[in-house]
Design a protein around this ligand. Structure first.
Ligand code: ATP
Ligand code: MG
Length: 337
């Protein structure tokens, strides 16, 4: 019996951050090690271009950064196929076929797209490619007949839209495509806020702690983190909800009992922000020092990184080509077979 497929990915718009780590990378690593699924990870460079068309150099540079992040957290090219979206032209043709099955109104209703349009200040000048990127994600997922998609919460509307397109395709042309299932992490990790307390840590918002950050940078960022603005004196009672430092402790801390104690004390009053931040700093340093060290070693080996991506992309293209042949036949575009 062939294994079921896991597919996940990231936009190469910068280095990956600790939000990616708890929201998705850590889960992908666990799935890889468990070995129940065959793992694919895609670097979505074409998707990244949908809102960076005039800055291709950023995407090109970030490709290797993201690759280093993967290998540093333990993604192993011998176990997981890492590939580059733009190197699989079959995905574009799949996108074109699926675009006919979705309305512009439905795309405009996608809550993630709506939020991202606001964040990026597109208002009326939305690049058409950006609006349709959920359809291109559908192509990515279905090309591999992926069943499991480990993602952060912001991606749930994307998976829902994919499922709709799959159903529509299968009803129209015959059951070729597989409906995927999203897998989101536990609550504290679904959508890690930025150090500024904003809803989401994001490469594009400048509020991230990166996997590549030095020990000093991590410490600095922790010390400037958003807490409870009404907690002014140490003796003041403080709030836990919406307090970024505690959200991070929930996401990264292993000593849950100690964290529960800290929370009680903070709520009662008498525990200062600096003390909690020092503890969070220790937790983060312990988790990310080994990852940073592995990453530093990879940075000198560009050829190896490109080789991993090229081999992965070759393997991925063979699979996507097979699905595209099936899709063409299902629609009836196989005139000369
Ligand atoms: P961009 O701002 O360029 O969109 P991003 O930081 O949102 O970058 P993506 O490449 O869009 O990162 O997301 C990759 C994966 O990481 C997705 O599965 C997404 O849900 C997850 N993810 C991103 N940011 C967070 C976060 N702050 N918390 C949890 N998961 C996250
Ligand atoms: Mg994003």
């Amino acid at each position: 019996m062939a294994k079921k497929i896991m597919l996940s990915g990231d936009r190469p718009t910068g280095k990956l951050h600790i939000g990616h780590y708890v929201g998705s990378l850590r889960g992908r690593y666990a799935i890889q090690e468990e070995g129940k699924y065959e793992s694919f990870i895609m670097i979505a460079d074409q998707q990244a271009l949908t809102d960076n068309a005039r800055n291709p150099e950023k995407i090109r540079k970030s490709l290797l950064e993201v690759t280093m992040d993967y290998l540093a957290v333990g993604i192993d090219p011998a176990k997981t196929t890492i590939f580059v979206q733009s190197q699989i032209p079959e995905l574009n043709e799949l996108t074109m076929h699926y675009l006919n099955l979705v309305t512009v109104a439905r795309l405009e209703r996608n809550p993630t797209i709506k939020e991202e349009i606001k964040l990026r200040g597109f208002s009326e000048s939305i690049p058409a490619g950006f609006l349709i990127y959920p359809v291109s994600q559908t192509a990515d997922i279905t090309a591999f007949k992926a069943e499991l998609i480990p993602v952060g919460e912001d991606q749930l509307p994307m998976i829902e839209q994919t499922r709709e397109i799959v159903r529509s395709f299968n009803n129209t042309y015959g059951s070729i495509l597989v409906e995927p299932q999203a897998k989101i992490p536990e609550d504290a990790c679904k959508r890690l806020p930025g150090i500024d307390g904003k809803a989401k840590m994001s490469k594009s918002l400048g509020n991230a702690i990166y996997l590549a950050d030095s020990a000093d940078t991590i410490k600095e960022k922790v010390m400037q983190m958003y807490t409870d603005p009404d907690h002014i004196k140490v003796s003041d009672p403080g709030k836990i909800a919406g307090n970024t430092v505690f959200t991070y402790l929930d996401a990264f801390g292993k000593d849950k009992e100690y964290i529960a104690e800290l929370k009680l004390q903070y709520q009662k009053g008498g525990l200062g922000d600096v003390k909690v931040k020092r503890y969070l700093n220790e937790v983060l340093q312990a988790e990310f020092a080994p990852i940073r060290e592995r990453r530093e070693k990879l940075a000198n080996n560009k050829d190896y990184l490109y080789q991993v991506l090229q081999e992965g992309s070759r393997k991925a293209e063979a699979i996507a080509a097979k699905t595209l042949t099936e899709v063409r036949a299902a629609i009836g575009l196989n005139y000369f077979d």
